[in-house]
Design a protein around this ligand. Structure first.
Ligand code: ADP
Length: 264
């Protein structure tokens, strides 16, 4: 039996009157690679924030390495959609990477060896030359690679990524996923993605998050079947009479976009 790394048991969470997530059950085991897909506003980011311990569930239990989330941070790496500080702030690329060690080393006490390590991490994501550059001057795709290096510098066992390719073109997006697969071989991965086609090339499990969450192992699943699974998960929203979050035309747009997204 593989060891569970991330577990959600009957988890519900609301920001306001409408639940963002309801009765979510899922288990991610060591070395699993889970792709999370779902419509905008479906609760994907919320699910990651719960796993990080940034949000607390209203109901249910979440365990990360068998413990409450939040207290095991060095074992968890996180790649956000965007970096939260103002990108005009003149921070250099290697310092962004070193932020990944703040939990372990505190602010402002980076030793020289750590700077070298930041350089090595940057080299691993193909940005060894960029260590001294200003983060704000990098392209969106380069910034995402820096954030990946930042997440990996602490040697995490579980890596959570929230749309790491949000503003990339198809070629860069595919490369980012190749890089992720290469660098993170052996880690447990949970990645939110808008591109079912690309993310499922590498994932072992698919989670469709649409207020509720359905899990689908991907071994022996054909591409066509993946689209059926995703399509029906999205359709649930359409037929859920309680659902007041999405307009039907938005829903159709999503299915349509995915149907055409990278089928070539
Ligand atoms: P996704 O990542 O799938 O796009 P989110 O988890 O960001 O979805 O959002 C799920 C739902 O929760 C949406 O209806 C969204 O509007 C709402 N929501 C997200 N963040 C907040 C917040 N900070 N305050 C209130 N509502 C929020």
């Amino acid at each position: 039996m593989s060891t569970p790394v991330l577990e959600f048991e009957d988890v519900s969470f609301s920001y306001g009157p409408t639940p963002a997530l309801r009765d979510v059950n899922m288990t991610l085991c060591e070395h699993d690679y889970m792709a999370i897909v779902g419509p905008n506003g479906g609760g994907k980011s919320t699910l990651l924030k719960l796993a990080l311990g940034v949000l607390k569930p209203d109901e249910g239990t979440i365990r990360v390495f068998g413990r409450r989330p939040g207290g095991v941070m060095p074992r968890v790496g996180y790649v956000p959609q965007h970096l939260n500080f103002d990108t005009r702030y003149p921070i250099t690329v290697d310092h962004v990477v070193l932020m990944g060690l703040l939990d372990q080393h505190g602010v402002g006490v980076y030793r020289r060896g750590l700077k070298k390590r930041a350089g090595e991490m940057l080299a691993r994501v193909g940005l060894g030359h960029a260590a001294g550059r200003l983060f704000r001057e990098l392209s969106g795709g380069e910034r995402q690679r820096v954030l990946l290096a930042r997440a990996l510098i602490g040697d995490p066992e579980l890596l959570l990524l929230d749309e790491p390719t949000a503003n990339m073109d198809r070629v860069h997006e595919a490369r980012m996923y190749e890089m992720l697969a290469d660098l993170c071989n052996g880690l447990t991965i949970c990645v939110v993605s808008h591109n079912v086609n690309i993310v499922t090339r590498h994932a072992s499990m698919l989670a469709c998050v649409n207020r509720s969450c359905s899990m689908h192992p991907l071994e022996d699943v054909s591409d066509g079947h993946i689209h059926e699974i995703v399509g029906s998960a999205f359709l649930r929203i359409h037929h859920d009479s309680e659902c007041d979050v999405f307009e039907p035309h938005q829903h159709h747009h999503h299915v349509h976009a995915r149907g055409n997204g990278g089928g070539s």
